[in-house]
Design a protein around this ligand. Structure first.
Ligand SMILES: *[C@@H]1O[C@H](CO)[C@@H](O)[C@H](O)[C@H]1NC(C)=O
Ligand SMILES: *[C@@H]1O[C@H](CO)[C@@H](O)[C@H](O)[C@H]1NC(C)=O
Ligand SMILES: *[C@@H]1O[C@H](CO)[C@@H](O)[C@H](O)[C@H]1NC(C)=O
Ligand SMILES: *[C@@H]1O[C@H](CO)[C@@H](O)[C@H](O)[C@H]1NC(C)=O
Ligand SMILES: *[C@@H]1O[C@H](CO)[C@@H](O)[C@H](O)[C@H]1NC(C)=O
Length: 432
């Protein structure tokens, strides 16, 4: 975690946004209306039917730019002039640069395959297991709507991708959304408040945030098949408790495990005040060596590597302090590091700043484009940090994962989406 996603439902917030835009349009007939087939350099030659081109030049100058108390990127998506929330949702693949057309291919699709009333069971730790073709994910730890955190651990759940593909085919054939069966995974002993996960040595490794001040935050290895037995891999730094481990990634060359430790357990009232700095650790399984590779974050969150292992990307969701509110001058940023041959990080640079809420989970595709779950869906940057597109949901997506070639699953708290597109995920660790 974690952020409370941008509410799509609260009408008030949206109406505010829409009203601002109506004002923009009403204020001046001179504002250029956005034409999806605009002949700008950044527009692709052809646009798939589920996609639309968003011309950033068309909103470089707005007639009215609201103050932060009115619009600040956390209270509903930005709706550029000439659009409505409905029009943005209707064609959910938003092309900001023609490079995104290659990511999408000719016929991308987005299908709702899971939905709950309130319980945010579609949260994070999205992992695809190639052998069983299933996707695992976890409930939000610390959300009042889940009742998890201090008194109850978040649970692990999974779906079959074959089911999701059937639902997607039905949707493409013009039928309504079909929800797939979501199965609870009873990890044993239970992973307590899992939040992040990745494939590791043919199994799944979880970052558990812990619970109260006695159940420490830990890395757990879980067998991805029944009986879902678990083994704790690491639960301390030289005898000291982690704050709340958030997310993790395996380096594609060394296969060492890197993970973030941050304050969300504390900020969501289920972990004590921190006894360690917020930072990124590296764990070498063969020796047990645990080292720190990066700090100087407000709230480090997601982590991933470029497919060649040369770069590490770490999201900092510092702007989102949950129960302590938001601080808009804190990061909603992705930092990129060079990963040196010895496994250390170097040359931190600011790679991107999300325009909607904060970036949370982050993953690369096989070509090195960088995807992050943000406040209005999944944003995609090319390796130079240019926003090339969004998979727009109009609501927060904390995390998502590729499921091999051309498939992706997105967790949006009370909604679960299945995506087909041209892009391919970076190779998963168990296939190395
Ligand atoms: C951010 O915007 C929303 C309205 O869109 C407002 O309710 C909230 O107070 C704003 N936050 C700040 C700190 O101004
Ligand atoms: C957890 O239990 C305590 C004590 O019963 C209660 O005060 C608190 O509200 C509970 N928290 C949640 C998130 O349910
Ligand atoms: C699809 O959903 C709409 C809106 O909920 C409903 O009116 C319609 O009957 C549904 N169609 C089918 C084929 O289920
Ligand atoms: C689960 O149990 C099997 C059989 O005993 C064992 O080989 C495997 O390592 C265990 N996995 C974990 C993660 O504990
Ligand atoms: C917001 O964060 C900045 C930078 O960390 C800090 O200087 C400032 O005091 C914070 N503001 C509030 C209201 O907490």
């Amino acid at each position: 975690m974690a952020f409370s996603p941008n509410p799509r439902r609260p009408e008030l917030l949206f109406n505010n946004t829409l009203r601002s835009c109506a004002l923009l349009l009403g204020a001046s007939g001179l504002l250029p209306m956005v034409n999806a087939a605009a002949t700008k350099n950044s527009a692709p030659a052809t646009i798939p039917s589920q996609a639309q081109f968003i011309d950033q030049k068309a909103f470089n100058v707005l007639a009215y730019v609201p103050p932060p108390a009115e619009f600040n990127g956390t209270s509903g998506p930005f709706v550029p002039p000439g659009y409505t929330l409905d029009s943005l949702l209707e064609k959910p693949f938003h092309i900001y640069d023609k490079e995104f057309a290659t990511v999408l291919g000719t016929n991308p699709s987005l299908t709702l395959v899971g939905k709950t009333e309130k319980d945010p069971v579609f949260h994070e730790a999205v992992v695809w297991t190639p052998e069983t073709d299933e996707v695992f994910f976890v409930q939000n730890a610390g959300s009042p709507d889940a009742g998890t955190g201090l008194n109850k651990s978040a649970i692990i759940l999974k779906i079959s991708l074959a089911d999701a593909a059937v639902a997607s085919a039905a949707k493409i054939a013009g039928r309504n959304d079909t929800l797939v069966t979501v199965t609870t995974v009873n990890s044993t002993p239970a992973v307590i408040n899992p939040n992040g996960a990745t494939n590791f040595r043919g199994q799944i490794v979880y970052a558990g945030e812990g619970q109260g001040d006695k159940i420490t935050s830990a890395l757990y290895l879980m067998n991805p098949k029944a009986p879902y037995n678990t083994t704790v891999l690491v639960n301390n730094y030289f005898g000291r408790q982690f704050s709340s481990l958030n997310d993790l990634a395996v380096h594609p060359v060394s296969r060492d495990l890197y993970f973030t430790d941050t304050l969300y357990g504390y900020l969501q009232d289920f972990r004590p005040a921190p006894g360690l700095r917020n930072q990124v650790y590296r764990w070498v399984e063969e020796t047990g060596a645990l080292t720190v590779v990066a700090d100087d974050f407000v709230l480090p969150n997601g982590i991933t590597f470029s497919p060649d292992g040369k770069y590490a990307y770490v999201t900092d969701s510092g702007m989102q302090r949950v129960l302590q509110g938001k601080n808009y001058s804190d990061p909603a940023s992705i930092y990129r590091y060079d990963v040196k041959k010895d496994g250390t990080f170097d040359n931190r640079k600011t790679f991107a700043y999300a325009d909607s809420s904060v970036p949370d989970g982050v993953h690369c595709d096989a070509k090195g484009n960088v995807y992050a779950g943000c406040g209005d869906g999944v944003h995609v940057w090319n390796p130079s940090g240019t926003l090339i597109g969004k998979i727009f949901l109009g609501t927060g997506a904390a995390n998502f994962q590729f499921a091999g070639k051309g498939r992706m699953v997105i967790c949006a708290e009370t909604e679960l989406y299945y995506v087909t597109l041209a892009a391919e995920g970076a190779i998963v660790e168990s296939e190395m």
